[in-house]
Ligand binder design. Sequence first.
Ligand code: FAD
Ligand code: NAD
Length: 479
Amino acid sequence: MAKFDVIVIGGGPAGYHAAIRAAQLGLDTACIDKWLTPDGKPVFGGTCLNVGCIPSKALLDASYKFAEAQKGFQDVGIVFKDLSIDVPTMIRRKDNIVENLTNGVAALLKSNGVTTFEGTVVLHGGRKVEFTPHTGKTETLEADHVIIATGSVSIDIPPCPLVDDIIVDSTGALEWQSVPKRLGIIGAGIIGLEMGSVWNRLGSEVVVLEALEEFLPIADKQIAREAARQLKQQGMDIRLGTRVTGSKVKNKKVEVTWSDAEGDKTENFDKLIVAVGRRPYTEGLLAADSGINLDERGFIFVDDLCNTDAPEVYAVGDVVRGPMLAHKGMEEGIMVAERIAGFKPLVNYDCIPSVIYTHPEISWVGKTEQELKASGDKYKVGSFPLAASGRAMASNDTVGLIKVIADAETDRILGVHMIGAHTSELIAEAVIAMEFGASAEDLGLTMFAHPSLSEGLHEAALAVSGHAIHIVNRRRNQS
Ligand code: FAD
Ligand code: NAD
């Protein structure tokens, strides 16, 4: 029976980070994954690289370039004639990026000395790992430590079972070879808004049916309001408070029935994306004697250090509590590997950045105003509209704002919320500041390059105590 110091089950971002870090620390490490591409090739990289973060961003970037060329370039004096989109080329480019990156992860695992196995695992008690390769015989491997990183899968809803390439989940929506004329999306969450943006920019008429009455409740209310305004202006028809009751595929089109406060309704679409969330994936993983427990929502139960209920077995990434974000899983994987090697790192769950890659991008870290109100904490807010940023004007993209929330007494930054171009990059500055326990004044005393969008964060931090330079002083104007 082959024995390792560490076996990692799952080679997505949480798993491959854990495996590489464990191997870097001198532990004899194996990483096992069962993922097969549609043409049957085993690959590492999990959801993120194969059907998640990377392919969706490849399509978001391509479609944004098209939308800019169509609507944004004229303002700066660039005129195109006969602009068109070649969807198969766009999809092929996305596939090439995915292939490059998944090959890259396999090479990284190998170059760090991680032993890789391609196939399916069942985990038994005593850290016995039953491994069945894609072709070949089942064998049992053993390890002193096991890290589970088996990720998540899309949630299905009974009224809308998936049908071929007509009713699809996010994976199917990354594969279409032409632009659907009318596209329905169930769920105005992150996937709904990102995939809706892609196809809306390419010319689909997009209708989003969201069950909740509130739009993007996870984001700061002010930012969510601005996001709704911008996305509606771009042509996305977002209908809140809707309950989808059924779907029928006829003549390669889909009829969706739903109800809202006004009553029952029917709508026809060429394609439908079901994007109502993801659930932790442990199907077939845990033998009866594994000693691992799930919580009431099906996540593997872990403590703050990712220990499961079984000794020396840990779980990280989407399969455990917390936001289903690649970078959260990566940091958990690294923390667990380092703790196995005898170090004592922690994951700071208060400083996890979130980004929705629409245009404008919606990015935040820390507490929202509504959360602080609910907990009764006293806070102050400084915000800066990007319309007042010289760099935003120069690049013809002035939509959005940056908002810093600080503790009313200590001035410590409690949350930063942004909507605007490139905020997926700008939010890192806020994460670093918060990780170092910065006050709004600390950010105000920091020098930012001019002209740059990050000056907006500087100004918002100054605005917390009323010192922003580029905001009109209304009180003085009135006096
Ligand atoms: P996964 O990436 O799901 O990997 C789990 C791996 O475990 C898989 O490869 C699977 O084959 C393997 N596995 C499962 N069971 C077994 C078993 N029994 N035996 C062997 N192997 C097994 N997050 C972001 O942070 N930013 C984004 O921009 C972003 N965009 C996204 C876009 C889309 C369309 C989707 C669907 C998700 C997106 N996410 C994004 C979420 C992100 O993909 C996940 O948070 C991340 O992939 C979770 O990593 P993980 O390693 O925990 O699990
Ligand atoms: P989500 O939780 O973000 O959004 C799902 C939405 O569907 C919610 O607004 C919910 O109220 C709604 N909904 C649920 N059931 C419904 C129903 N029956 N009818 C209508 N609406 C319904 O989930 P998602 O968009 O599927 O994304 C899954 C996860 O993947 C996210 O939580 C996120 O963590 C991750 N992800 C992250 C990124 C990113 O970081 N940029 C991108 C894509 C996905």
